[in-house]
Design a protein around this ligand. Structure first.
Ligand code: SF4
Length: 140
């Protein structure tokens, strides 16, 4: 398996499991890699600033919790690390999140402003979305 596709699979997995604990000791099994392949790819991604690893103890063994850094897309573009395909993965995740915001499909958007009848500060759709979004992030 190429080094690039290993990195892509790692990032794809982290994107689709955002908010969950992803542990190095479990990730290689999830991705069908050897522990050595995973370790090497993670080290490179960490050096490039795409992910971060925090030491944790799981089932009595030391491992790492792996998370994407907040500005992964910028990092991916900066490092040129498979910018096309990885960028698309990140962008598609961001687009999904943006399209989910109620204002995108709201019929009142042209009449909505602060202090108006439709007001983002008191919007029921936004409040419900924030609650739903917060719950989704916590339960994933
Ligand atoms: S804030 Fe509420 S009313 Fe205003 S555009 Fe967004 S969803 Fe619509």
């Amino acid at each position: 398996m190429s080094k690039d596709s290993v990195s892509e699979r790692i990032i794809g997995f982290l994107l689709s499991n955002e908010g969950k604990d992803v542990l190095q000791s479990e990730l290689w099994k999830e991705l069908g890699l050897t522990s050595k392949e995973l370790s090497k790819a993670l080290k490179k991604l960490e050096e490039e600033g795409v992910i971060k690893r925090e030491p944790v103890t799981y089932k009595g063994k030391r491992t790492y919790r792996i998370t994407l850094v907040a500005d992964t897309l910028a990092r991916v573009q900066k490092t040129g690390l498979q910018a096309g395909r990885l960028g698309k993965l990140v962008v598609s995740k961001l687009v999904d999140e943006v399209l989910d915001i109620p204002c995108v499909s709201c019929p009142f958007i042209n009449r909505c402003y602060e202090g108006g009848f439709y007001d983002p500060v008191n919007c029921q759709f936004i409040n419900e979305w924030v609650l739903r979004h917060g719950q989704t992030k916590r339960t994933r």
